[in-house]
Ligand binder design. Structure first.
Ligand code: FES
Ligand code: FES
Length: 189
């Protein structure tokens, strides 16, 4: 059967057996191997992708059931080849050790931060609770998400700074005088 969905912003049409899992469609038919298969029974989170913006386990979904959906995988979140703050933070903070769980962790964290830009540690841990790290780097994974949040907060502060400086300059200069009324023209020029 034909299944059509959007993957990482690109429309895709695949001829698939109706029993094909989304994970198989992504990895074997589209060669998007960033999404991992850690257990195949919905217990590890390594296969986490976004389906219509929500985190989903690609090993539990039939590809046909995703017909018409908007799917995002780990390959689709960088912009113009630049890794996201989350991806960079996982590398910098040791959140990725062997890296096998990392795509699923990053996608689950992205889903959280897309909906909640200022989560508590408890909210981060709850959002990642379905993702297992065999390297057991949970402390570094939490630190990675916090580092990405700190980077985003810093970028927002930098973006606000020129406007704040301009506002302060305007206040220091005092109120703007009203525009001068034009001198009435003499009838004789
Ligand atoms: S491979 Fe999907 S949850 Fe483990
Ligand atoms: S970094 Fe190795 S499984 Fe998580």
């Amino acid at each position: 059967m034909i299944t059509a969905f959007t993957v990482n912003g690109q429309p895709r049409r695949l001829e698939l057996d109706p029993a094909t899992l989304l994970l198989e469609a992504l990895r074997e038919h589209l060669r998007l191997t960033g999404t991992k298969c850690g257990c195949d029974d919905s217990s590890c989170g390594a296969c986490t992708v976004l389906v219509n913006g929500q985190p989903a386990l690609a090993c539990t979904l039939l590809a046909a059931g995703c017909d018409g959906a908007d799917i995002t995988t780990i390959e689709g979140i960088a912009t113009d080849g630049r890794l996201t703050a989350l991806q960079r933070a996982f590398g910098r903070m040791g959140g990725a050790q062997c890296g096998f769980c990392t795509p699923g962790m990053v996608m689950a964290a992205k889903a959280l931060l897309d909906g909640n830009p200022d989560p508590s540690d408890g909210e981060i841990q709850a959002a990642l609770s379905g993702n297992i790290c065999r390297c057991t780097g949970y402390v570094q994974i939490l630190a990675s998400v916090r580092a990405a949040l700190a980077e985003a907060a810093g970028a927002a502060a930098d973006a606000a700074r020129p406007k704040a400086a301009a506002d302060a300059q305007r206040r220091a200069a005092g109120p703007t005088p009203p525009p001068q009324a034009a001198e009435p023209q003499s009838a004789h020029g």
